[in-house]
Design a protein around this ligand. Structure first.
Ligand SMILES: Nc1ncnc2c1ncn2[C@@H]1O[C@H](COP(=O)(O)OP(=O)(O)O)[C@@H](O)[C@H]1O
Ligand SMILES: [Mg+2]
Length: 298
């Protein structure tokens, strides 16, 4: 089945399709993303959780056009941003998409206020509104009395909050956050997350927030779990943990469930009144006869 992506794109802010990233280190290849598929609605607040090394940062970098995929696409408002040249990718990051990662991204020689003003200046905004907006952003993050401090005069948590203000400076439609509360105490974490949620609600900013912290993940409308470069599932308000069936019909069955159900390498699929029954294939010789049955006609 071929998807009509143009049609689907009308409904979603972000569409990730077949996204693959292979890193090469000398002779060694690391497959960080294995053909990932998912969508994010406009104004949605999405959390992404997953073990270390599962591909979260790689994914965010590709959505933020900070790196190029090995294959697949990222559509923002129906537009494939993986095909942008360097200059257009820079404009995309400057105007449409804000990015914050754990160890901030501030210019060391500039004060907090100057750091927040910088992206607006680069985008050609006028002086007065730039000043007002930068101050308002910093005040809302509880940094009203820290505006004229440089990064080295601020704590880790304060720098992190300044970095969030920098990412929000040009009022991006999409905010990407990578473990931004990792270094913050619980009180500051709650404050930062409340502020992100407020911005999401007030301006309709679409947020994708990568986190390790289950409490932080709960700020979202939806939590996606990823593992080994694929979507494993998500949390559902009614059903708890649910699995995703991706655009190619693939489903990742979590290891705990596989173990409980005795599922190993092959399964039998059976459609029942209740839905789909997935049971372990016990007798390997059966798999031979099944293969024969499914042989393509000559
Ligand atoms: N620049 C890189 N070069 C080589 N391998 C990388 C690079 N960046 C990430 N990886 C590898 O890709 C995988 C996914 O990494 P990453 O996206 O950082 O995961 P996460 O953010 O979930 O911890 C890991 O195995 C990591 O070692
Ligand atoms: Mg990471």
């Amino acid at each position: 089945m071929i998807e009509d992506l143009e049609e689907i794109a009308k409904e979603y802010k972000v569409i990730v399709r077949d996204l693959m990233k292979v890193y090469r280190r000398g002779q060694k290849e690391v497959i960080a993303l294995r053909g990932m598929d998912f969508e994010v609605r406009p104004g949605e607040f999405l959390s992404i959780v997953g073990p270390s090394g599962s591909g979260k940062t790689t994914l965010l970098k590709l959505i933020g056009a900070l790196d190029r995929p090995t294959g697949g696409s990222v559509l923002i408002d129906g537009f494939n941003i993986t095909l942008l040249d360097d200059r257009k990718a820079m404009m995309y990051r400057r105007l449409k998409c804000g990015f914050v990662w754990q160890m901030g991204n501030l210019v060391p020689g500039l004060t907090a206020l100057e750091n927040v003003k910088l992206p607006m200046k680069l985008a050609g905004a006028r002086k007065k509104p730039t000043e007002l907006r930068a101050k308002a952003l910093l005040e809302n993050m509880g940094l009203g009395d820290r505006m004229n401090h440089k990064p080295h005069q601020l704590s880790g948590g304060e720098n992190q909050r300044v970095a969030i203000c920098v990412a929000l400076a040009n009022n991006p439609e999409l905010l990407l956050a990578d473990e931004i509360t990792g270094e913050l105490d619980s009180e500051t974490t709650a404050m930062v997350m409340d502020e992100l949620r407020r911005i999401n609600k007030e301006f309709g900013t679409t947020v994708i927030n990568v986190t390790h912290n289950p409490k932080v993940a709960e700020y979202a409308d939806r939590v996606l779990r990823i593992r080994d470069g694929l979507i494993e599932g998500q949390k559902h308000t009614l059903y708890g943990d649910i699995s995703e069936v991706d655009a190619k019909g693939r489903i990742v069955i979590p290891e705990t469930i596989r173990r409980l159900a005795g599922i190993e390498k092959r399964v039998v699929l059976k459609v029942t009144d209740e839905g789909l029954l997935i049971s372990p294939l016990k007798d390997e010789s059966e798999s031979g006869s099944q293969k024969q049955q499914h042989k393509e006609p000559d």
